[in-house]
Each structure stands twice: as C-alpha cells, then as structure tokens.
Design a binder for this molecule. Sequence first.
Ligand code: B12
Ligand code: SF4
Length: 508
Amino acid sequence: MRLMLVHPSALMYSEIFLRLEPLGLERVAAAAREAGHQVRVVDLQVLDRKLLERELRSYQPEALGISLNYLANIPEALEIAHSAKAAAPGCFVFFGGHSVSFIGDHVLEQAEGAVDAIARGEGETVIVPLLDAVRDRAAHTVPGVVTADGRGPAPKMLESIDGPRPARDLMRRRNRYFIGELDPCASIEFTRGCPWDCSFCSAWTFYGRSYRRAAPEAAAEEMASIREPNVFIVDDVAFIKPDHGHGIAAELERRDIRKRYYLETRADVLLRNEEVFERWTRLGLKYMFLGMEALDADGLDQFRKRISPDENFKALETARRMGISVAINLIVDPGWDEEQFRLVREFALAVPEIVHLTVMTPYPGTEVWHTEARQLTTRDYRLFDIQHAVVPTRLPLEQFYRELVRTQAVINRKHLGLRTAIGAMRVLGRNLAHGQTNFARMLWKFGRVYNADRQFADHARPVKYELPVPERRGAPGRKELFVHTIGRSGARAGQPGQQTGQQAGPAQ
Ligand code: B12
Ligand code: SF4
C-alpha cells in the first residue's frame, strides 16, 4: 500500500531551542516498510506545507498517518486530514501518537468524517494490522484502533524495543534537526517508559508504568549507523539502571564511537549512578536536562516528584563537577504573584545553570487533568503547549505573561552575556563553517518568540477546535489513565518505592 506519514509543524515556543527528528514516526515508517509497504514521510518541522499539498496530489497516498504527540498540533492535523481527503480521494486517514491516544473518541468526532481511525498506543504494533484491515474495511477490529464503527481490543505493546530501527533514511533535510549548539543532531531511544508517577505527567500513564530497555549491542549498533556528530537521547529518565548505562557505554567504547550527547534525567538518578554519568562524559556527554520542577519541598510533594530540594541541589553540584552543562526545568504555577517570579529570577541569576520555565498545564492522560480544582479558562488546543496559562492566573493574564517573559529574558541575558556570547561566537563560527545555521537562527529569534503581547494575543484567536471537558472527580484509579495495560510478557508495572527495579523484557 502507498502510505504517507506526516509530522506536524514545530511549536513556536520550542522551535527556538530545538527541532528534533520524529523518532516515533520513523519507527512506524520502518515497521510498515519492513512489511512491504511503500512509505513516504513528510516532517513539517523542516518541510513546508505547500510541499505536503503537492505531494498529496502527486503521490496519491492510499493511507495517511499523522503523528500527534502534542495536543497543540491537533488543529493543524485536522486541517491536513480535510485537505488530504480532497487531494487524494479514497485515502484512509488515521492519527496516532502520545496525546491523541488519550482523547481518540473526541478527536474522531471533531474530524467530522475526515479521520477514519485513531491508533492508540505504540505504533510499531498497530501499523501493519491496520493497513491490512483497511483493505477489508475491518479497521475497527484491530487492537488499539478506534473508528466511528467501533473499537478494537486494547493496544499491543512491543516485546522488545530493539527494532524496528527508525527509518532515518526517509527523512529529508536532516541537517535542520538540532538542539542548541548540538547542530545537526540525531535522536536515539535506549529505554521506553517511566517507573515514576508524577501527577502532571503522562509519560508513565501512556505505557502503563512499564519500563523496557534496548539490548546494549542493539543500541550501540544503531548508534554506529547514525551519521550526525551529536545525539539526543530521548529517554524520559536516562540511566535509571546503572548496569544498562554501563552496558551501552562498553559497547560504544568497543566500537570506538564518540559523539556529543544530550539527555534528560532525574537528580536522584544522577546521584545514585554517578559513575555511569562520569563514564558517559568520557564518551561525549555534554548537556543534561533535569526536571527539578520546584525549588521547595511543598511544590515537589504537590507534583509527587518523590525527591527533596536537597537532592536536587546536590545533583547540580555533581553535574558541575563532571563538567556537564545543565538546563533545569521549573514549573510556573498560574497562581504565582510578582514575588514568586522575583524569587525565581534571583535563583536563576545565582546558579550557573540554564533555567527553563514551563507553565503548569493539566493534560488529558495526567492525574491533574482530573484533580485540578481550578476551571480551565480555555480549551483551545493550541494553548496547551506549557507556555500559556490555561487555568486562572492570580495576576491579571497580561501581567502574568509580562512577569513570565521578563523572567525568561533575565535568564536569556545571563546566558548571552559577554563571556557566553564569545563562547557562542566560537560555536557559531564552527557550525556556519559546516553550513549549519540552526544555532545562529536560534540566537536571533529569541526576542521575537518570547513576547508577552504575542502570548496574551494568542488567547484572542478564533477557536475552531477545543479539547474535551475534563471530568473533575478527584484522583482516578491508576489503570483508568493507562493507554497500555500490561498484557504482555516482559514489561510490568512499577511500584512507587522501586524505581530502579522494574526492568523487564527480553532485552535484559
Ligand atoms: C523526546 C521528546 C521530545 C523531543 C522530540 C520531539 C519530536 N520531534 O518528536 C523534544 C525535546 C523536541 C520535545 C519537545 C517538546 N515536548 Co516532548 N517529549 C519527548 C518524550 C520524552 C519522548 C518522545 C519520543 O521520542 N519517544 C520515543 C518514540 C519512539 O516514541 P513516540 O514518539 O511516543 O512514538 C510512539 C507512539 O507515540 C506512536 N506514534 C507516534 N507517532 C505516530 C504516528 C502514527 C500514525 C501512529 C500510528 C503511531 C504513532 O508510535 C511510536 C512508536 O511506538 C515524550 C514523553 C514520552 N515518553 O512520550 C515527551 C512529550 C511528548 N513532550 C511533551 C511536551 C509538553 C513537549 C513540549 C511542548 C515542551 C516544551 N514546551 O518545550 C515540546 C514541544 C515540541 C514540538 N512539538 O515542537 C509532552 C506532551 C504533552 C502533550 N500532551 O501535548 C510529553 C508527553 C512529555 C510529558 N512529560 O508530558 N519533546
Ligand atoms: S520522572 Fe519525569 S517522565 Fe517520569 S513521571 Fe516524573 S516527570 Fe514524567
């Protein structure tokens, strides 16, 4: 079958720091291709919409799948679905990915016939049975699939995440993927799932609290096949299990692979597994993102981070000692007043790390979606990008954005101070010499993107598509939130106290 897979545009507020290859979509593409289908991928983060429209007409896909990891992309995906139906009559249109898996029925209804199915859960297991079923008009019988005619059984999980290897060769303009000065940058996955259960996050609910690891040899083989000199490790929490981190490191050392790496992890994992991270600095680990979320114990408890401020600060010292550059995330509560913003500015100026701010946002699939007592002030999908306030702010909304942008600007100025600017110029020179312009554009775009008036004005745009109304009813049972429940051998659900223990699957 002629299959086209599309990733929507990048979200404006993140594009300035990064733009990365859509690894999930590449794996779906690989699974379909391995089964003999003809596959074309269009990533709108790096290709323009006109090209997509042209290719819909010339390629005439028999099936079109759109990746929806992000709620904010849903309106764009619905528009594409409508134009695909017009440009390629008879084309079977389906959506898949993280966010849409939690609200499949609602999105199907909104599409008014332009979307034939939503594929919930992991894409590698659903894509081939779905394409086979399209021919027999039996999509509604496939595990994980929701259609207007009914829904199939629960989605299936992969036995092992070792394959299929992402179809990176199908991506065009790969040189446009970057994160900060890691330009160009590829992505790789070593583990899938997260055993913690933070109240604002859906990473754990999607995978039913399971956690799987790639075999070290398979991970190293994949790394060896990556051409880019920089790699983003997409795991939710990197190197939870020290033996796994060491195992991959040993395989990379054996193959003499050196790249520059960026990863995300937790402070307690870093403190517990210092030697692993130390070994990875020798392999090229340069940047690390730590989701600190809050500076005080109350805030951390509220998010159920299961960590103390003390551990967070110790982890920063450890990373500094290892020479790793750290970005810290803090969650801004819409209830903040000027004083709380001031305290964060003070903190951001006092530490050498880059402080990144995200606004507390209840999402479908998270616990806070059900427990947040404050009413949503908007259900416009486009504002659910954790850079907008979607529950009432204590400060008038416009002033809230001024404080937010002012705080981001202070942080930005700190990092573009004279010393940093000289460092940046060096990197810039190196990248430009290799024809890489992403990092240069990022430095230039900051002021245009982070703009309080613009953020405030985003709330006044006409709204065509809205999120469902949250069902407010106190903390739901955990399994009610899960997309995948553990119905396969291997991955199993974790317990809060055993974050490091639930390794499973054939990869061990
Ligand atoms: C890596 C990552 C990123 C990367 C790469 C994103 C990219 N271009 O793909 C970067 C750093 C760029 C990123 C940025 C952001 N991210 Co992010 N990200 C992740 C993370 C940690 C892993 C995603 C991943 O690559 N997994 C590995 C691959 C193999 O899995 P996958 O992408 O999920 O794909 C599988 C399925 O979803 C499905 N699938 C995917 N696409 C399709 C398509 C079809 C047709 C089908 C059938 C199936 C299918 O099959 C795939 C294989 O099993 C997830 C958390 C998570 N664990 O899912 C958050 C997550 C998706 N991100 C999130 C957020 C909030 C953001 C930001 C908005 C944060 C910000 N403000 O800076 C930005 C927005 C980026 C943008 N769109 O422009 C939220 C999503 C919230 C929401 N409900 O919308 C998540 C869930 C994290 C969280 N804690 O809540 N992110
Ligand atoms: S540790 Fe990170 S990925 Fe895991 S549930 Fe908490 S915020 Fe989500």
